[in-house]
Write a protein that binds this ligand. Structure first.
Ligand code: AMP
Ligand code: MG
Length: 517
């Protein structure tokens, strides 16, 4: 793997000389920064698929020089390594300059077919954008990001990828619950890979400072490097509409697999429409549309499951405002916002048709979906397990809905109380299926291809973390293995596809998470 200076570094202005200290960086898209070495790096995991994409053979992956690179103990020769500059709206408020506080772009490498991949370390030490923090990451959060990225990719959800998970051998101090009780934890570095890590906030920052030249160069660089098919007289307008469309499609995917990002700020939304920055994320256990995994978000539940499409719309409108100076009038930006709504609605209709196994989506099917959430929430039914159970049922023949849905129930007594609601919904569904032309087998196959059998739930991740913190990565690898084929029922691996166990309900890391990572 030959890592060269990333195009965004060679094409955009930046601070070329590394220098210590945090600061406001104006008129620049990046700052040359070198990683800070760690004491005793150990390679805990690397994904075979990404290694293959980048042409890394077993000998390279096992070599000390690869480990040194992934640990930030060596830099690619000849490449300028940088932290990039961006701002963002956090929880609806403009936060000013944020930047890569603990991410470090090593450069760009060519994959299969000449595809370019940016290679980035997360947790490799302080940068000019670290503000008051240490630039490091704990094993807990790094393992979560590693597994989730792999899992989302296998689930068919656009995401940044990973190349390695390295334990640093150094302790990192964190106050998990912000309870004034900081503790040392094992540190780690994830190597992330994506065509680009550009976020909405990369454009918002120069716009907020009136740096029009930088803003234009950033937009044109993005189009030339990542959207070359759009080059032409309307490139900028087409690009915004494409960002909007991709974001809409991404939101439908998140809703489909029950993913809740937890920190949907404009610094955490990718202009490539990728899931980016796995922090206090979670997958729905019981189908509660108001659930958020992020304790910091609890007061307003801004990032709750059901609100994600609206938050993405809000974030896009913040991006549109930033881009406004580049257009003579608002029309292209309004068109882009409409493109978001259209893309999300059509992807959402398709995904619900797939989840429910309907050959075509009809307008009144939306009521079937809202009725479903009402019933599932009232009866406390597991989101993921419900759809697999539903696919295996003959809805018209169900006489006892509580028994039929038993594998997905958290509280049988509660479900008994809601038996009529569940039964009514199943009857409506059965009536709807009666008008659907597909044979039962085809319908089930279609549902099983849209509804995962297994997702990386927080308690599963926490079990892998507990073991890895004791030096045992067997659980991590077992989990990664199962998550490679998330739509296949895997006999012998049922414990990974189970409901959240009772012990996990209130344990930190298993249901609620803080941003402290
Ligand atoms: P996040 O909410 O994780 O996306 O992070 C928001 C901002 O805080 C970004 O600018 C990060 O780079 C920065 N940040 C988060 N954790 C750290 C850390 N440990 N050291 C330095 N910067 C950090
Ligand atoms: Mg972030």
């Amino acid at each position: 793997m030959r890592i060269e200076t990333a195009r965004m570094v060679s094409e955009l202005p930046g601070e070329a000389e590394p220098r210590p200290g945090t600061r406001d960086v104006r008129g620049m898209a990046w700052s040359a920064t070198v990683p800070t070495p760690v004491s005793a790096p150990r390679l805990l995991a690397f994904p075979p698929t990404m290694a293959e994409e980048l042409g890394l053979d077993a000998a390279t992956l096992g070599s000390p020089s690869f480990l040194d690179l992934m640990a930030g103990n060596a830099v690619p020769s000849g490449a300028t390594t940088v932290a990039t500059n961006y701002g963002g709206h956090q929880f609806g408020h403009w936060a000013g300059q944020l930047g890569d506080g603990r991410a470090l772009l090593l450069g760009e490498a060519a994959g299969r077919g000449g595809r370019r991949w940016e290679i980035q370390l997360k947790g490799a030490g302080p940068t000019p954008y670290s503000r008051r923090a240490d630039g490091r990451a704990v094993l807990r959060s790094s393992l979560r990001e590693y597994v989730a990225s792999e899992a989302m990719h296998a689930l068919g959800v656009p995401t940044t990828r990973v190349l390695s998970l390295v334990a640093t051998g150094d302790a990192v101090v964190r106050d998990i619950l912000y309870a004034g009780d900081p503790k040392p934890e094992p540190g780690a570095i994830v190597c992330r890979v994506a065509p680009s890590f550009l976020r909405f906030g990369h454009y918002e920052l120069p716009a907020s400072r009136g740096e029009r030249d930088l803003l234009e160069r950033l937009v044109d660089h993005t189009i030339a490097s990542h959207f070359p098919q759009l080059i032409g007289p309307n490139a900028r307008a087409d690009w915004f509409a494409e960002v909007a469309r991709r974001t809409g499609v991404l939101m439908a995917h998140w809703m489909r697999v029950g993913f809740v990002h937890g920190v949907m700020n404009t610094d955490n939304l990718s202009v490539l429409g990728l899931t980016i920055d796995y922090g206090p994320f979670g997958f729905l256990d019981d189908a509660d549309p108001h659930w958020t995994p992020n304790t910091t978000d609890l007061p307003g539940r801004r990032c709750r499951y059901a609100a994600q499409p609206q938050v993405a719309h809000w974030n896009l409108s913040a991006l549109a405002s930033a881009l406004a100076p580049l257009f003579p009038d608002a029309e292209p930006l309004t068109a882009g916002m409409n493109a978001y709504v259209e893309a999300f609605q059509s992807a959402q209709a398709q995904m619900w048709a797939d989840k429910l196994g309907l050959a075509e989506w009809r307008d009144d099917d939306a009521a079937l979906v809202s009725g479903l959430f009402g019933a599932l929430q009232a009866a406390e039914v597991d989101f993921t397990i419900f759809f697999r159970t539903l696919a295996a049922l003959e809805a018209a023949a169900v006489v006892d809905p509580v028994a039929a849905l038993a594998p997905a129930l958290y509280d049988r007594a509660k479900a008994e109380r809601e038996a009529a609601t569940l039964g009514d919904w199943l009857a409506r569904y059965a009536a709807r299926l009666a008008t659907d032309p597909q044979p039962a087998e085809a319908r089930r196959a279609r549902m099983d291809a849209a509804n995962p059998w297994v997702v990386p739930r927080n308690w599963l991740l926490q079990q892998a973390i507990d073991a890895a913190e004791q030096g045992d990565t067997a659980e991590l690898h077992a989990l990664l293995e199962v998550l490679q084929r998330p739509y296949d029922a895997q006999p012998g691996a049922e414990r990974f596809a189970a409901r959240r166990p009772d012990w996990a309900k209130d344990r930190p890391g298993c249901s609620a998470l803080s941003c402290s990572s």
